[in-house]
Design a protein around this ligand. Structure first.
Ligand code: PEP
Length: 252
């Protein structure tokens, strides 16, 4: 039985005061939910503050990115150890915005993934096709390539610690969600790929989140799908009301 996981990706939003208000509301509203893992991924500047607020709560903390080196002259970067030190248990890797604006590739995803696993952070690895690739019928090829290259040489033990987020790029921040059937089709394909590379048991255990304009109105249909194990939520995680409602509907 895979426990669903809902993670909020705050992207480049929130000042300290805004973040404190949001996370206090989440803590208040979500404290008694047990059937779902809850994670927030604020910008680096807020991690310390949020970490203190959510101590001993059922809300986990994640970074939005990391660098693969442990330390050194890498201006602007943050290591896995630093994330761990500030209280993170999770880290998002290879978000399509990182791939688009900061030149990340499956190769850098693989390096970051190894760095995260080495520090025992749970990686949330984002994969997904662009609209053009979907329209050209290349969705499965793209997703397969991202899995093969991104997870290259990961052992069975390591892959079991990974959470995959299927995020069709055309659905991120656009208000255009994949239909539950479209999402499920790709989730099933991802699970098959994991089964082929590793084995059926590992494929049945690995959690695959959907991401792309998830909101209160569509979460229930998405989570009903057999291979959808939660969501990576952008826009709707920025307001307490919508994030709380999404988490509650998944908890049921
Ligand atoms: C995301 O940030 O990964 C995301 C899916 O954003 P949104 O929910 O706003 O589409």
């Amino acid at each position: 039985m895979r426990k669903p996981i809902i993670a909020g990706n705050w992207k480049m939003h929130k000042t300290t005061l805004e973040a404190i208000n949001l996370v206090n509301a989440l803590k208040r509203e979500l404290y008694n939910l047990e059937n779902v893992d809850i994670v927030v991924c604020p910008p680096f500047t807020l991690l310390n503050e949020i970490s203190e607020i959510i101590q001993e709560s059922n809300i986990g903390l994640g970074g939005q990115d990391l660098f693969w080196e442990g330390e050194g002259a890498f201006t602007g970067e943050v290591s896995a150890k630093m994330l761990k030190d500030v209280g993170c248990s999770y880290v998002i890797i290879g978000h399509s915005e990182r791939r688009k604006y900061f030149g990340e590739t499956d190769e850098t995803v693989n390096k970051k993934l190894r760095a995260a696993l080495k520090e025992e952070l749970i990686p949330i690895v984002c994969i997904g096709e662009s609209l053009e690739q979907r329209e050209e019928g290349k969705t499965f090829d793209i997703v397969k390539e991202q899995i093969v290259q991104g997870f290259k040489d990961l052992s069975a033990e390591e892959i079991l610690k990974v959470i995959i987020a299927y995020e069709p790029i055309w659905a991120i921040g656009t208000g255009r969600t994949a239909t539950p059937e479209q999402a499920e089709e790709v989730h099933r394909f991802i699970r098959q790929q994991i089964s082929e590379i590793y084995n059926e048991e590992i494929a049945s255990l690995i959690r695959i989140q959907y991401g792309g304009s998830v909101k209160v109105e569509n979460i229930e249909e998405l989570i009903k799908q057999e291979d959808i194990d939660g969501a990576l939520v952008g826009g709707a995680s920025l307001e307490a009301d919508s994030f709380v409602e999404i988490v509650k509907r998944v908890n049921q």
